[in-house]
Design a protein around this ligand. Sequence first.
Ligand code: SF4
Length: 318
Amino acid sequence: MKKYKHLFGPVPSRRFGRSLGIDLTPYKTCSFDCIFCQLGRTTTKTLERRDYVPIKEVTGELDEWIHSGGEADYITLSGSGEPTLHARFGEVIEFVRAASSIPVVLLTNGSALGIPEVRAAAAKADVVKVSLSAGDEASFNYINRPHPALNLAGLIAGMQTFRQEFDGRLWLEIFMIWGVNSTQKEVAQLAEWARSVHPDRIQLNTAVRPPAEGFVRPMPRQKLQSLTVGFDPPAEIIAEFSSDITSASKANEETILAMLQRRPCTEKDISDALGLHLNEVAKYLGKLQRTGRIETPAIRHNPYYICRSNDICSVSRN
Ligand code: SF4
């Protein structure tokens, strides 16, 4: 299978079926540095919008993938940071829409939606998924660790304005962290903000993949479930607690286990060796941790993952 520089997957996902990812920023360029980020800590925290990767390379790869019969349920702008920081992300969406009938999803933290040209570019997508995790400014600073020029009021105002202008599907993801934003007061505030944005869907997620900071704990499924009715529209749970796996993801998990059986590896080691995007590696490591097949590293920043034991890691090497 051909390996691309800016495309990854298609990744099997409960939310998006098989999703082809487009990475528009170098690792890890974001306006936030969320404590729960599955990509680790932000190395370049910025609001600067520029051509982080050459757009011609991205559209060239997309053209090749589409014309080689590439199939996916969605094409998703996500990757190694915040995609709206790329000054020309709207052109990528336009390209996909002209060249393919596959719907385009933009995954964004919403921090640039206060900028009219960003809203205009984002509105070209079929689905825009924004995120919210904090009910007040103090919580925003603690959880999302944003660029100093950002605040929660501006973030929500940007989302509200975008909703007024955007006819497509707007989904709002709320990331819940056990003991951090799970108090009744904070959940009530999150529900109020969510209602004010008028999303088509509200999705609750929690830390089921390795987070940037080791103290981040996932919210138990029953607790998450009890929150769903407090949102309008009622929220759905998108955290992948389930152990259901496709054959493609099963094969990748076994390959990662085989690597870890030979030696401890970081996410980056696995990503480089297997040609998987860090997003995909985090997904598989999360599943392997939840099923007890690998150990959770004590140090979260750039940790080494190890097999729990050779018995547990009895994987096929054929
Ligand atoms: S979770 Fe998203 S918004 Fe937060 S630091 Fe990671 S990439 Fe940025």
